[in-house]
Unconditional design. Sequence first.
Length: 315
Amino acid sequence: TDWACEYANAASNEVYDLDCVNSIQRVASGSEDLVPEESTNTSIGIVLDPIEGLTITADYWEIEKDDTIGLFGEENHTILELVRLLEDGNSNCGQTFNSAVERIDPDDDQINAYTEAGICPSGDVNRISDRYANLDTRTVRGYDIGVYYDVDTSFGAFRFSYNGSFLDKFEQTASGDAQVLVDAQASGLLPASIPVEGFADLVGRDGNQDERHSARLTWRMNEFGAGLGAYRIGSFYQSSLTLDDGTLYVVPEFTTYDITADYRFDVGSVDARFRLGVKNFTDERAPLADRFFGYFADAHTDYGRYFYADLRLGF
């Protein structure tokens, strides 16, 4: 979204009805100005063996990272340009307010709308050059739990494992140009309706699930073996999608199951294993989300159920 255009539309009561959502070319590139990220890591863990064959682990961890490398983002660049336009008003319109935002010359409607809004006229955004930069301070904290149990019976050897990862804190503190946006909105210079996002508490937002689980049960008896696995990704909300009642859309949790069966044998002096498997045997599809393929690809896959065969030789 071209936020300078949106502001001009709103300030002129949309008399000119400018089209503020254009097909914008974004160019992401590296930068020689980057410096290394620095982090402080804290972790503590315990291991318990209460009975034979049973192991329980618990780990607490926290990572605070400074100068996090990333992209400022197209929308943030146009919002930063708007802040500088608002600060200058109609003075010194010949300057470049954000060199990352490249525009074409404004037409008459744009000149009139921007002038009525009290800011320097601007044409449509042609390209945004988004270079990687050292951005904000990010703090991530959570804990992991593991349970492992092995038991031998007359029906074969069984092994159960469970791993759970829980995200307790994911905060990003604005700095540099991001702090300019946060301060501008806090002061009232930037309208509250313009989304300055990506800071404060990010747990549960846009793929930052607060929990992930995996469990697996395997059986082996002589040459034969089998396994059942379960994997669950917790729910999260999408900041870009709002429902009719004003609430944010929640992408529900996603659970899949895998099954394997295998047979071990010798080929001369070579150990061999042949395995048949089914991934996602309940044929679950990725939860719907506001993304290009209809699901959140950073968190989910949408392959559905599929089968595979695997032959492994050990020399």
